[in-house]
Design a protein around this ligand. Structure first.
Ligand code: SF4
Length: 90
């Protein structure tokens, strides 16, 4: 299945309350401060805290599968801080 959209997160604008995580739980979860991150980044951060090699720097651009494009668009439209953006990547 082709992925042609990514969800960009501006953490400097985000309030960390997690509204987008409730709207898009298939892609997003919250870090320990409440900011939205991908599930893959959350797993990497947990592994890093337990001594796994590699950094835990989160990914600002999260690929959006086509089946979730409408949900991602709704999350972007609903963000009260305009901290989310959908970008075409192909
Ligand atoms: S909805 Fe917007 S402000 Fe709220 S947590 Fe998500 S990105 Fe941040």
């Amino acid at each position: 299945m082709a992925i042609d959209l990514s969800l960009a997160i501006d953490w400097t604008a985000c309030d960390g309350r997690g509204w987008c995580v409730e709207l898009l739980p298939e892609l997003l979860t919250q870090d320990r401060w409440g900011y939205p991150i991908s599930h893959e980044d959350a797993a990497r951060a947990t592994a890093a805290r337990h001594g796994a090699p590699g950094g835990a720097r989160p990914t600002r651009e999260i690929p959006v599968p086509p089946r979730l494009a409408a949900h991602a668009d709704r999350a972007v439209e609903s963000c009260p801080r305009l901290a989310l953006r959908l970008r075409r990547i192909s």
